[in-house]
Structures are given as C-alpha cells and as structure tokens.
Design a binder for this molecule. Structure first.
Ligand SMILES: [Zn+2]
Length: 410
C-alpha cells in the first residue's frame, strides 16, 4: 500500500516537532499561599527542571521541603545575588509536578523553568603550573547552545580587583554544564539581567566556563565588565565557584583552576595580588586586589570555607606572580626614565643616552633573544627573535638604574 504524500511528510516531520518542543527555554510562574506544614501539589504545563521560589510577602527566609519524583530537597537559603527575595536555584530531573511544604505560612511565587539540557561538558582544564592562560576554557558557544542570546551592551574595564564568589548551588548536583545553563537562564530570563554576571565560573571538577559574553572584538573575557559586585563593577573581574561553600571545603581541583586562572590574569595585567587599591576608583576605601564578594557587599558569599582561604591564596598568587615576572617591583617604571621605546615595523627603537643594557621578556618571564641592528650615542635599534606571546616586557639599564616597560607586540 502506498502512503499518501501528506501522511509521509507528517511521519517525517513529527520527530523534529518533538525535538524542537524540547529545545526551548520555558518559564511558568505560579503564585501560591502555603499553609504551615500543609502539603501542596503544584502542576506545571510542561516538565520543569529548574526552580526558584520568590517571597511575595517579603518574608526574609524560606524553610521549604520539596519532593520531586520521590526525591527530597530543602530550600532554606536566599539567593544573595538576586535583587528580590528569592531562594537559591534548585536543578533536578524534569518533572511536571512538585510537592511543596512550608514550615510556616507564606505567599510565594514558584518559578518553574525548563532549561533544555545538552550533553555535560568535560573540558579537563590543564593544571600544569605556568603563567599562561588555562587551556580548554568552555566557551559560551558550547555551554549556551540553544539558549536565548544575552542582551547586547558590553563595556570593557581595567581590572584592579578580582572578586571570588560561590554560586550557593546544591553540592549534590554534579551536572555542572546544566547548572551553568540554569544560572544563565535565571539571570537573563527571570532576574532580567543582560547576561550571566561573572567573567568566569569554575566547577568542582576544575572545568572553567567563560561567563559573561564579551560580545565585541576589542573586549576580552577577562576584562568585560560584569554584574556581580553590588553595582560597583567597574575595575573588577568576577569568578564564581560552582557549589555552596558555607560549610563544604572547595575541592583542590577547583582551587587549582582558580589559582591558574588568577595567576595568568595578575601576570597579564601586571597587577600585584597582595596590593590594595581604592574601590570605587579613585575615591573609595582601599580594598585588596583579591577579595571575596563579602569584602565589598552585604553578603556571606563566597561562603566561609572559601573566604578563610583567601588570605593564604593571595600570598600564593603573589609567589606565582613573582615567579612569572621575577623582576617586577625591583625596577623603576618607564614613566620615570629619560628614554623612549617605540616600534618600527618588526624592530624596536630605544632612544636615549647612556643605555647600558637591554633585556626583553615575554609574558611568562622568559628572556627573549634579540639582534642589535644599529647603535649610536642616542639610539639603539633591536630586532626580537620569535615570541609566542604578544606581550613584551623590556628591562633597560640606564645610568645604573633599571627600568621596566610593558607593551604589546604589533
Ligand atoms: Zn557573590
């Protein structure tokens, strides 16, 4: 028997309709009055896999027991990164209905989301000790696949402070990719923010996710201005540790990735991890260059277990920084010198008298070979051998004084 053409097409199209139906973000909000210790059942129009509870009568705490498909969860903590009184995110296997019970009577809005999952990403960040950018950072194009785009409008900022956060997310959920997708969906589709607030997110397995989308070619992941430091985001870079570190200690693997990311960042910007700078710049109070969220805002973030490690971590980063750039701090800045350095095609001119020595380093602190092309009383021209990094650091001795100068290779 020959099937009619229309029926054949339908058979062909049906699987795609089903697929499309499951690849879109969906959100449904339901208001409900919870009576103390009484069980309520909430049914959504579609299966949800992410949940947030918002207080409608400004009760500043939650104590909710939730059951979804025979699994129990409790919601007790507030999302300290949100503008309204809402719970931390709950991420679970998709289900249409949830059972909810509150320890006290309150009016709440339950925001159920379906965040379409993708295969979990295992990026395996390389943890070799070095001064270079960590490899295999998971880009937005991978983890954000199928989710709505962020709202455009990025700006660039020069980092003075690196701010460490925790997501306060459920530590038992190890699908970090889905968590990042859920944070992004919450921030953009529920909280109404332009994009995820952090520059980077780090999972307990050490994977690093690129956070806020730099969007414009002249902005980099590390210097796109985020939204994570109580509206004072200028001159900051935000890193969020996935999980809740109020009590649980962060994994060594995660802290190694944080160390590697921040070592690279501090070296790249020639920013000393143990220095302090005013925030907001230039009139605010002095704030160490590495801080926890709570150092600048009214919050417990990044959790006591991370926060107590920050002081030692700062010193560790400073040691790494010194190892990467061994001479920084022991030399005078270029601005106080009486010579000029400028690039001329693939050569460099150092114009000035009494130049006694010239050394050139790359970002890793490795000394680079160069050839002297021309030298006279007032000027020296050199040509630098191949350099894998774009950043060049000149160390120049003039009148028995050492000066440093950092530049980008053209
Ligand atoms: Zn925070």
């Amino acid at each position: 028997m020959k099937l009619p053409f229309s029926l054949l097409s339908l058979l062909f199209i049906l699987p795609f309709i089903k697929l499309n139906a499951n690849t879109e973000v969906k959100i449904q909000k339901q208001s409900i009055t919870l009576i103390a210790n009484e069980l309520s059942v909430l049914v959504f129009d579609f299966p949800v896999n992410t949940l947030v509870v918002r207080s409608l009568n400004q009760v500043n705490s939650f104590d909710l027991d939730i059951r979804i498909a025979n699994k129990s969860y409790t919601i007790q903590s507030l999302d300290e990164h949100a503008d309204s009184i809402q719970s931390n995110l709950l991420v679970f296997e998709s289900n249409n209905s949830i059972e909810i019970q509150s320890k006290f009577s309150q009016m709440v809005e339950i925001i159920g989301m379906y965040v379409p999952p993708i295969s979990p990403i295992i990026a395996q960040i390389h943890r070799r000790t070095s001064c270079e950018e960590p490899e295999n950072i998971v880009p937005q194009s991978v983890w954000r696949a199928g989710l709505p785009d962020p709202i455009p409008g990025r700006v660039k900022t020069t980092t003075h402070h690196c701010v460490v956060h925790h997501a306060a997310s459920d530590n038992s959920n190890t699908n970090y990719t889905q968590l990042v997708r859920s944070f992004y969906t919450l921030h953009t589709q529920v909280n109404g923010w332009d994009d995820i607030g952090y520059n980077y997110l780090i999972a307990p397995n050490g994977d690093i996710y690129a956070g806020r989308d730099p969007e414009l070619f002249f902005i980099q992941q590390h210097n796109v201005q985020g939204a994570h430091f109580c509206s004072k985001n200028t001159n900051t870079m935000g890193v969020c540790l996935i999980g809740n570190y109020t009590q649980l200690a962060p994994s060594d693997t995660m802290m190694e990735s944080l160390e590697k990311l921040l070592t690279w960042k501090y070296v790249l910007d020639t920013l000393m991890p143990t220095k302090s700078f005013p925030h907001p710049f230039p009139s605010g109070a002095d704030l160490p260059s590495l801080v926890g969220h709570r150092d600048g805002c009214a919050t417990q973030c990044p959790g006591d277990s991370v926060y107590i490690r920050l002081s030692d971590f700062r010193n560790k980063l400073q040691d790494n920084f010194n190892a990467c750039l061994p001479w920084v701090g022991s030399v005078r800045s270029y601005s106080s010198s009486s010579f000029k350095i400028y690039n001329n095609l693939n050569q460099w001119n150092i114009d000035g008298q009494n130049i006694e020595d010239i050394e050139v380093y790359n970002i890793l602190g490795h000394k680079l070979d160069y050839t002297t092309i021309q030298t006279n009383e007032n000027s020296i021209t050199i040509q630098i051998a191949s350099n894998p990094s774009q950043l060049l650091i000149f160390k120049i001795k003039q009148n028995a004084m050492l000066y440093s100068y950092k530049t980008f290779q053209f």
